[in-house]
Design a binder for this molecule. Structure first.
Ligand code: CA
Length: 221
C-alpha cells in the first residue's frame, strides 16, 4: 500500500515515515503543499496523511484543490490545532479523518486502515480469499486457520492482491505498492516474492497472466 506523507516538520515526518515503512507501507514524503498536489495528481495513493500548516500552500487549500480536481484519495489530516473551527474546516474541505497532534503511530495506522477500507468499499476488516485470511490490523495471515509467517514485503504484496481479488495487477501497480520513491527495485524481486507466496499459499493461488501481470485465482464456483 502506498501512502503520501505531507509534513514539513523534519523530526515528525521522519518518525512517521520510519514507523509506516516498518509497518510495510511504501511511503513517499513531501514537505510543502505544492509538492503534495503534484504528487497526488501524478501518482495513485491509497491514502494521504496531510499536515495543515505547510509552506507554499496550506493543507486546507491542498484539500480543496484536490477535491475540486475530483481526486478522491482518502485524506487523514494531521494538525496541532485542535479548535472546533479547524476541524470543521478540514472536514468540510474533504478530509476523511482528523488526527490531533500528538498522536501515536498505532492510532495513525488504525485511521489509515479505516479510510482505505471505506474507499475500497470493504465493510469487513478481514480479507478472505480461497481459505486464506489476512488481517491488516495484526498483519497476520492464515490458511484454513493455520497462521503463516510472512516477511514485510510478502505481506505488502499479498495485501495488494487481496484488496483487488480477481483483478489483473500489472508489475508497475504491484511495484508501486511495495516501493517508495528512491527505494531501489531489484529487477527480479517481484518474481521472488511471488515465488515465496506461492510456496506458502499454494502454487496456483496467484496466477501469472503472460505479458500482463498477475492475479489471484478466482473463488471456486
Ligand atoms: Ca506543519
Amino acid at each position: 500500500m502506498r501512502i503520501l506523507l505531507v509534513e514539513d516538520d523534519s523530526l515528525l515526518g521522519d518518525g512517521i515515515r520510519a514507523g509506516l515503512t516498518l509497518a510495510s507501507y511504501a511511503v513517499d514524503w513531501v514537505r510543502d503543499g505544492e509538492m503534495a498536489l503534484r504528487a497526488l495528481a501524478d501518482h495513485s495513493y491509497d491514502a494521504c496523511v496531510l499536515d495543515l500548516g505547510l509552506p507554499k500552500k496550506d493543507g486546507i487549500s491542498v484539500l480543496r484543490e484536490l477535491r475540486q480536481r475530483n481526486i478522491r484519495t482518502p485524506v487523514i489530516v494531521l494538525t496541532a490545532r485542535d479548535t472546533r473551527q479547524d476541524k470543521i474546516a478540514g472536514l468540510d474541505s474533504g478530509a476523511d479523518h482528523y488526527l490531533t497532534k500528538p498522536f501515536d503511530l498505532d492510532e495513525l495506522e488504525a485511521h489509515i486502515r479505516a479510510v482505505v477500507r471505506r474507499s475500497g468499499d470493504l465493510a469487513q476488516p478481514l480479507l478472505v480469499h480461497r481459505g486464506v485470511t489476512l488481517d491488516p490490523a495484526s498483519k497476520q495471515a492464515s490458511i484454513d486457520g493455520e497462521p503463516i509467517a510472512l516477511s514485510g514485503r510478502e505481506y505488502a504484496l499479498l495485501l495488494d492482491f487481496m484488496r483487488h481479488p480477481g483483478h489483473l495487477r500489472s508489475r508497475a501497480q504491484l511495484e508501486a505498492s511495495l516501493y517508495a520513491w528512491g527505494e531501489e527495485v531489484e529487477s527480479n524481486a517481484l518474481e521472488v516474492y511471488i515465488h515465496h507466496l506461492r510456496k506458502k499459499l499454494g502454487a496456483d493461488f496467484i496466477q501469472t497472466v503472460r505479458g500482463l501481470g498477475y492475479r489471484l485465482r478466482g473463488e471456486e464456483k
